[in-house]
Ligand binder design. Structure first.
Ligand SMILES: C[S@@+](CC[C@H](N)C(=O)[O-])C[C@H]1O[C@@H](n2cnc3c(N)ncnc32)[C@H](O)[C@@H]1O
Length: 194
């Protein structure tokens, strides 16, 4: 089964959204709190309910784009945050979307993609990032027993994969994961050299 737009729409409509923690992810917030440049152009792909974007927006970051295949989640977001600019709510396939960003945030989007698309994800992120732009976020450091999504992986695997296109600035066990994910997540910062 390939998780396509209908699959994700069904999961949201039937409230089968175990990935949705209901608030902005603490390790990512911790990273945001260290950013000083509020003009950074930021993309959150596969954003779902996009709590991280809401946090950023409320902190004064105004150049944030959120992207998802499912229109409903973007509409929910707009209802929660009506002042968020509509042109920055992107309903599209990540792999077709064209733009350039300083920062891309990863939060349970990579693990939602079938492993055979991982190379495509890396190529696409490279294309979407400006020179020295960063991909920052969380990756699962575990294999799941059932067939995905989510699809897991290991630090060694990610190192091998991402180092072909990015400078690995940080890739470490995440010390401030939410309790159910504690010990099973890596926090990372990858920089686009091009
Ligand atoms: C596991 S959910 C994670 C949502 C959100 N990041 C979170 O942590 O709550 C994966 C999300 O990616 C979206 N998605 C899957 N494939 C996509 C694609 N090719 N382009 C854009 N969004 C996609 C799904 O609709 C879903 O909202």
């Amino acid at each position: 089964m390939i998780p396509d737009k209908e699959y994700w729409k069904y999961r949201y409509q039937n409230k089968q959204t175990g990935w949705d923690i209901g608030y902005a992810s603490p390790p990512i917030i911790n990273y945001f709190d260290q950013l000083t440049d509020r003009d950074l152009k930021i993309l959150i792909p596969g954003c779902g309910n996009a709590y991280e974007a809401e946090y950023l927006f409320n902190q004064g970051f105004k150049n944030i784009y959120i992207l998802d295949l499912v229109e409903d989640v973007l509409q929910n977001f707009k209802r929660r945050l009506p002042e968020f600019p509509s042109e920055k709510l992107i309903c599209d396939d990540f792999f077709s979307y064209q733009n350039k960003f300083d920062l891309i945030i990863e939060q349970t989007f990579f693990c939602a993609l079938p492993p055979e698309r991982r190379r495509d994800y890396i190529n696409k992120v490279s294309n979407l990032l400006s020179k020295k732009g960063k991909l920052v976020g969380l990756l699962f450091n575990k294999e799941f027993e059932h067939d995905g999504p989510p699809f897991g992986g290991s630090k060694e695997e990610y190192e091998l994969l991402f180092s072909q296109s990015f400078m690995i600035k940080t890739l470490e066990n995440c010390y401030n994961s939410i309790e159910p994910r504690m010990g099973n997540e890596l926090f990372f910062i990858f920089e686009n050299p091009l």
